[in-house]
Design a protein around this ligand. Structure first.
Ligand code: XMP
Length: 544
């Protein structure tokens, strides 16, 4: 890609992807590479700037991650963050030691002198329009700003040629610079939101110091990618498994704009989707939708219910659902015959988490359509979203005209409602959970919209994922004058950033009451509604 680029060198910090996302928010393209990446390889990428991330080690210890001194001598601007800042000082002849006081959390930083990095930062800042940055009105005379600190080592002596530009109560060098060599070091984390003006500091670095023009925009990404796909595929055929999720939908939109009917999308409706979801996907991508492509919908509900009959063990259910998907897809692929390309909706976090970029441990394999390549007859895989973060995928989706409802869809597990129905899955239980879930989402969305309209901000309880599940419990109730013996629905709503840990969301009680009464009145077969208060851990977000 012929694109101005900043390289993020990853030293194992937990915020590495966040650094890259913040840079991209400045309309600058960036990629993450491990500190093990060879200097020649980095040079060959011709970066406009380099950012060194934080990391858990002490740079003065023998086995700690490090980098060659030459990195700082190429004339390319380098910004070190936390561990990266310490490493820069250490390698260039400064001194890093265990700090007398460990700093952790929100901390006031005093900016002592003017510096390009802190241009328009702090209480003396002039009001200017930075993207996504809001400046409050300040009357105070001191120039300070709030940042997020997390370190036990500190820079006790700066390397020759550097000057300190900021300090905190416990840290004499909170930021340092050597303008002549374009080297900058920040002890805190500008990438996390707790550093109130962190985005502005990163903007100052990539746009002003590195001189990036800010050409990374989703409209040009969409336009360029369509061109690239068209050139690459020529008159070949592309096959894509469309799940209805955000990533595969955006991939389908992009490829169809490039090559039209040469794209064949197979959409397997396994009968475990949310209410009306299959039809919604068909409305967008099917014959009467807005995209020009070959859309094959396989209605495999009965097949799935047949396979799942009598099975209640969660892992077994997951396995059956996964295997059946491969089988259905295989049958379709056989009908289609050989294709030139298999397309996948892999996105950048998949790439980084599979250990292909950065320093993160291998969390999952990046083939998000596991197993498909084994039997589909194709020459090459294409992954048009491989360089995008999720929010960028969403913006690309909007550029392509994919409806907001689909673009902002909340995460939905591959095995679908199969793991939201505890115990055996039947068509009737699917109907119950679909209807209850629909009511729940409708009421939560309505209450959230009302809150936003009234207060001008998102509701503090707004969950990141919320759904209804069906417990396998039946209990006695009374409705009208009749005794009932029906199922209990469990409502789940969590607030989370990374989906690895989560808290139960404090949905207002009156909203829950409305949901409860609507579900009991409108969904046949339910006579009790529970709200799940469990956090993760010890619970998981899904029920199975
Ligand atoms: P858990 O239940 O593990 O869920 O706390 C964490 C997040 O992952 C989603 N999830 C899945 N996604 N296939 C998927 O594609 C799966 O088998 C699967 N299981 C859980 C879940 O919805 C939540 O967002």
């Amino acid at each position: 890609m012929d694109q101005e680029k900043v390289i993020v060198i990853d030293f194992g910090g937990q915020y590495n992807q966040l650094v890259a996302r913040r840079v991209r928010e400045c309309n600058v393209y960036c990629e993450i590479y491990s500190y093990r990446t060879d200097l020649e390889q980095i040079k060959a990428m011709n970066p406009k700037g380099i950012i060194l991330t934080g990391g858990p080690n002490s740079c003065y210890e023998a086995d700690s991650p490090t980098y060659k001194k030459e990195l700082f001598e190429m004339g390319i601007p380098v910004l070190g963050l936390c561990y990266g800042a310490q490493l820069m000082q250490h390698v260039l002849g400064g001194k890093v030691e265990k700090a007398p006081v460990r700093e952790y959390g929100k901390t006031e930083v005093f900016v002592d002198t003017t510096s390009g990095l802190f241009s328009n930062v702090g209480e003396k800042a002039e009001k200017i329009d930075f993207p996504k940055i809001k400046l409050d009105d300040h009357e105070s005379d001191t120039n300070k700003t709030t940042c997020w600190m997390s370190h036990f080592d500190y820079i006790s002596k700066m390397a020759p040629g550097f000057r300190a530009v900021a300090h905190t109560a416990d840290c004499p060098v909170a930021a340092a610079e050597c303008v002549d060599k374009k080297l900058y070091a920040i002890q805190f984390h500008p990438e996390v939101l707790h550093t109130v003006e962190g985005s502005k500091m990163l903007y100052n670095f990539v746009r002003n110091i590195c001189g990036c023009a800010g050409t990374w925009r989703m409209d040009s990404f969409v336009e360029n990618t369509i061109k690239e796909i068209r050139e690459k595929v020529g008159d070949g055929k592309v096959l894509l498994a469309l799940s209805g999720g955000v990533d595969s939908s955006v991939a389908a939109g992009l490829i169809s704009k490039a090559i039209g009917k040469q794209l064949i999308c197979v959409f397997v409706d396994h009968g475990l989707l949310r209410k009306d979801e299959g039809d919604e996907v068909e409305a967008v991508f099917g014959e009467n939708g807005q995209f020009d492509l070959n859309f094959i919908r396989v209605n495999a509900q009965d097949r799935y219910y047949g396979k799942l009959a009598g099975v209640s063990e969660p892992e077994r259910k997951r396995k059956i659902i996964g295997e059946e998907f491969i089988r259905v897809f295989e049958e379709e692929a056989k009908k289609i015959g050989a294709v030139d390309y298999l397309a996948q909706g892999t996105i950048y976090p998949d790439v980084v988490e599979s250990g292909l970029g950065g320093e993160s441990a291998v969390i999952k394999s990046h083939h998000n359509v596991g197993g498909l390549p084994d039997f589909v007859d194709f020459k090459e895989i294409i992954e048009p979203l491989r360089n995008l973060f999720k929010d960028e995928v969403r913006r690309a989706g909007l550029e392509l005209g994919i409806p907001e409802k689909l673009v902002f869809r909340q995460p939905f597990p591959g095995p679908g409602l199969g793991i939201r129905i505890i115990g055996e899955v039947t068509a009737d239980k699917v109907r119950i959970v679909q209807d209850a879930d629909y009511i729940y989402r409708e009421e939560v969305d309505k209450a959230a919209a009302e809150y936003k309209k009234e207060h001008g901000v998102e509701a503090p309880w707004m969950p990141n994922q919320y759904f209804a599940a069906l417990t396998n419990m039946r209990s006695v109730g009374v409705m009208g004058d009749e005794r009932t013996y029906d199922y209990a629905v469990a409502l789940r709503a969590v607030r989370t950033i990374d989906f690895m840990t989560a808290e139960s969301a404090e949905i207002p009680f009156e909203v829950l009451q409305t949901v409860m009464s609507r579900i009991i009145n409108e969904v046949r077969g339910v006579n009790r509604v529970f709200y799940d208060l469990t956090s993760k851990p010890p619970g998981t977000i899904e029920m199975e």
